[in-house]
Design a protein around this ligand. Structure first.
Ligand code: GLV
Length: 318
């Protein structure tokens, strides 16, 4: 009998095309609740999930389940401890999305610095009455300091782009990088405090872990420059959304660009009213090429596990 795979939501069809060659694939086309996921997963050997799927202990109790392949680099939606306890493989999709996600961080950075969404809104509202020397003045990027919180693959790709603007690169994470990597990117390791106090642009590119949860709150925003721009394309719960809204309202910061939120899809209402805030609907890796590659990698991981081999990009190994 063919093994059974559940694809939990809409995806580029690269995953389905690969998996259907060998497996019986059920392709669900809308977001499942935890309760639905619990009852569906019982019938499957593998799940191809997205970051919005709550893969809880109850979901992982499914008797035949061998693999959960998350079509995302982050995996904070999955109970890893419960997966390990049942020797279920958990995989994710690093690398293939690095450049697209770094581009999104930079799109937000440029949008905030040059007030692009405000300009777009002004034109569409019929308020453009000709160029004016004082209209929508933003801030320069060239030669400024770009601080990066979380210097993994995506953080480094954000840093690499900063070199094009001749920026000074500072970074902070738990461990210092190898000096050769630092030299290659012209990046300097600094304390968290120095990162806060010195960054003109601060980009969050770390995963959500117990260490990084709510790392940016009122106290941290107050330490940042009043002219600073805060960007988060990592996970929303790394900052406190209410505190960020207050920081923007009180102009402790110049502006913020967010792709991720503390309780998606809900967003702190005060952010929606602020002009000095650019908001995207979690589209960090959303290009045709990248999402196709992510779906394919997730499918390859499932195929490897169901063929009795090690997956390409496991979150942990056995
Ligand atoms: C996106 O947020 C991802 O984790 O891939």
């Amino acid at each position: 009998m063919k093994k059974r795979v559940l694809i939990t939501n809409q995806l580029p069809d690269s995953a389905f095309l690969l998996l259907r060659q060998k497996y019986q694939v059920v392709w669900n086309k809308h977001q499942l609740t935890e309760t639905q996921l619990i009852s569906r997963s019982r019938l499957f050997d593998a799940l191809l999930t997205t970051l919005a799927d709550p893969v809880t202990k109850m979901v992982l109790a499914a008797p035949r389940l061998k693999c959960v392949a998350n079509c995302a680099v982050g995996f904070n939606n999955i109970d890893l401890e419960a997966a390990r306890a049942r020797r279920i493989w958990v995989t994710h999709t690093p690398e293939v999305l690095t450049e697209a996600t770094a581009d999104t961080a930079w799109a937000l950075l440029l949008s905030c610095a040059r007030r692009i969404p405000e300009g777009d809104r002004l034109v569409r509202a019929g308020k453009f009455q000709g160029a004016h020397p004082l209209m929508l003045l933003g801030v320069d990027l060239a030669g400024k300091t770009l601080g990066i919180y979380g210097f993994g693959r995506i953080g480094k790709a954000v840093a690499r782009r900063g070199r094009g603007w001749n920026m000074k690169i500072l970074y902070h994470q738990r461990h210092r990088e190898n000096p050769k990597v630092e030299r290659g990117l012209n990046a300097r390791y600094v304390s968290f405090n120095t990162l806060l106090r010195n960054s003109d642009f601060l980009s969050v590119n770390s995963p959500l872990t117990p260490d990084t949860r709510q790392r940016f709150a009122k106290k941290e925003f107050r330490k940042m420059k009043k002219t600073a721009i805060f960007i988060n394309t990592g996970r929303g719960a790394i900052h406190r959304e209410k505190d960020l809204a207050e920081a923007l309202e009180k102009r402790w910061l110049y502006s913020a660009g967010l792709d991720v939120y503390e309780n998606e899809p809900q967003i702190e209402k005060r952010l929606l009213r602020l002009e000095n805030c650019t908001l995207l609907p979690h589209i960090g890796s959303a290009t045709v090429e990248t999402r196709t590659a992510m779906a394919l990698l997730a499918a390859e991981n499932i195929d490897l596990v169901l063929s009795g081999r090690r997956p390409k990009t496991p979150v942990f190994t056995y």
